[in-house]
Design a protein around this ligand. Structure first.
Ligand code: FAD
Ligand code: NAD
Length: 466
């Protein structure tokens, strides 16, 4: 029987990054994945394919609507080859998952294909084409998550679908009904709107992306409405039925009126649930809570000392970069180091266009906690760079402490803010004040100038270009 210092179950961004870090730290490492491709949800059916489709559909929309204003004329009709778009997405996924195989080889991580399940706290059975058992001094559970649903919905994977199916449709829907105005619903809703579908987003809360700063919800609603997406907030879905190719979604609005939506596809994007099916955690004595999450302490250690858990299967944001940080954290903990993660500084991004990005506390959270704060906000439309590219929607909003001026939260909507948010994370990591950011030179003309201007506005209400 092979023996390892660490065995990691699940090869998503949590698991494969943990494997690399364990190997870097000199541990003999095994990575177990039940699918034949590595990379988990993120690389196969999450982050990467959704961004590939967002990018392709963005190009298509630009060609249809914006090339002309730039003086680019295309003789003849611009046609969509949807199959090619989906095929390209798959080739991006394939290249990326192959890249993880390369990294595992390079780092001498032994990869096992098959379902990993605990025999006891130090033995893991791998059931696949070849059945085998390995021994491991430490185990890391990185089994991720699966789409959640509502109790009365039967996902048929054809017309009533999750994000996994929405990434590989064979036709552009006529009317794409989205249940849940969170990250997945908005990203994939925008993809199909750009490709010509009518898109209706039905959201239970009174605003879309309800966990982000309300100014972001407002701005994104405004822009996506302009793009033709229809929003039905404060709508509680009560039934979803299908007759042949027609799907009907029934909901009740704020005034208790029944509203029905009829379309050809319904995307259920109401969150994801931690996944531990087949893991046989009970054989090792690992505690799983009533919400299906593996319970961990502040060291990401389960109730069984040599078993850790990371990523979507434990508490906290279900984000790839959060899982990656936790993978590194656990590898270093096992190696006897004392790593640290500041969960307040894990950024959140929605990759619609304009993009939405956040780090730290929202205005609502600060108000609720009774913290005295200042707000500095700067509109993208006041930037030369935005006018040059034609991306004038959005803003940067900086919240800083009223007395100390320490940056407490940064919230943005606009072109490339998914990349701009890194500046805010860096500033907050070093506990910068708004004035610190305001005094730094930002290249001109860039979108980043909006960060400086918002910081100036927060410091002394002295933005320069409004
Ligand atoms: P996962 O990536 O879910 O990986 C878990 C792996 O474990 C899977 O490969 C699974 O097959 C395997 N596994 C499970 N049980 C076993 C077992 N018993 N034996 C062997 N293998 C097992 N996050 C972002 O940060 N940015 C984004 O842009 C983004 N976009 C997304 C878009 C979509 C459509 C979706 C669905 C998610 C997106 N996410 C995004 C979320 C991101 O994908 C997850 O947060 C991330 O994948 C979690 O990583 P993980 O390693 O915890 O688990
Ligand atoms: P989400 O939590 O982002 O959004 C779910 C939405 O559904 C919420 O707005 C919620 O209020 C709404 N909702 C819940 N129950 C409802 C009901 N009964 N009727 C109508 N609306 C209802 O979840 P998601 O969009 O499914 O994404 C799942 C996870 O994947 C998220 O946690 C997210 O972190 C991750 N993800 C991240 C990215 C990214 O980082 N860009 C992209 C996609 C997914």
């Amino acid at each position: 029987m092979s023996t390892y210092d660490v065995a990691i179950i699940g090869s998503g961004p949590g698991g494969y990054v943990a494997a690399i870090r364990c190997a870097q730290l000199g541990m003999k490492t095994a990575l177990i994945e039940k699918y034949t491709t590595l990379g988990g949800t993120c690389l196969n059916v999450g982050c990467i394919p959704s961004k590939a489709l967002l990018d392709s559909s963005h190009h298509y929309e630009d060609a249809l609507k914006h090339f002309e204003e730039h003086g680019i004329e295309i003789p003849g009709e611009i046609k969509l080859n949807f199959k090619k778009m989906i095929d390209r997405k798959q080739s991006v996924v394939d290249q990326t998952t192959k890249g993880i195989e390369f990294l595992m080889n390079k780092n001498k991580v032994d990869v096992f294909t098959g379902t990993g399940s605990f025999k006891d706290a130090t033995h893991i059975e791998i059931t696949g084409e070849k059945n085998q058992t390995i021994e491991a001094k430490h185990a890391i559970i990185a089994t991720g998550s699966k789409p959640a649903s509502l109790p009365f919905i039967k996902i048929d994977k054809e017309r009533i679908i999750t994000s996994t199916e929405a990434l590989k449709l064979t036709e552009v829907p006529k009317h794409f009904i989205v249940i849940g105005g969170g990250v997945i619903g908005l990203e994939l809703g925008q993809v199909y709107r750009r490709l010509g579908a009518e898109v209706s987003v039905v959201e239970y809360m009174d605003r879309i992306i309800p966990t982000m700063d309300s100014a972001q919800s407002k701005e994104l609603t405004k822009v996506m409405k302009k793009q033709g997406v229809k929003f039905y907030v404060s709508h509680k879905v009560s039934a979803v039925t299908r007759k042949k190719n027609e799907v009907t979604v029934t909901a009740t609005d704020k005034k208790d009126n029944e509203v029905t939506f009829t379309g050809d596809y319904c995307l259920v994007s109401v969150g994801r649930r931690p996944f531990t099916d087949g893991l046989k955690a009970e054989n090792a004595g690992v505690k799983i809570n009533e919400r299906g999450m593996v319970e961990v302490n502040e060291h990401l250690q389960t109730n069984i000392k040599n078993i850790y858990a990371i990523g979507d299967v434990v508490r906290g944001a279900m984000l790839a970069h959060k899982a990656e940080e936790e993978g590194v954290f656990v590898a270093e903990t096992i190696a006897g180091q004392k790593p640290h993660i500041d969960y307040n500084l894990i950024p959140g991004v929605v990759y619609t266009w304009p993009e939405v990005a956040s780090v730290g506390k929202t205005e609502e959270q600060l108000a609720e906690a009774g913290v005295a704060f200042k707000v500095g906000q700067f509109p993208m439309r006041a930037l030369g760079r935005s006018r040059a590219s034609g991306d004038t929607d959005g803003f940067v909003k900086i919240l800083s402490h009223k007395e100390t001026d320490e940056v407490l939260g940064v919230h943005m909507v606009g072109a490339r803010v998914a990349d701009l948010i890194a500046e805010a994370v860096t500033a907050m990591e070093f506990r910068a004040s708004a004035e610190d950011i305001a005094r730094m030179s930002h290249a001109h003309p860039t979108y980043a100038e909006a960060v400086k201007e918002a910081a100036l506005a927060a410091t002394e209400d002295r933005a320069l270009h409004v």
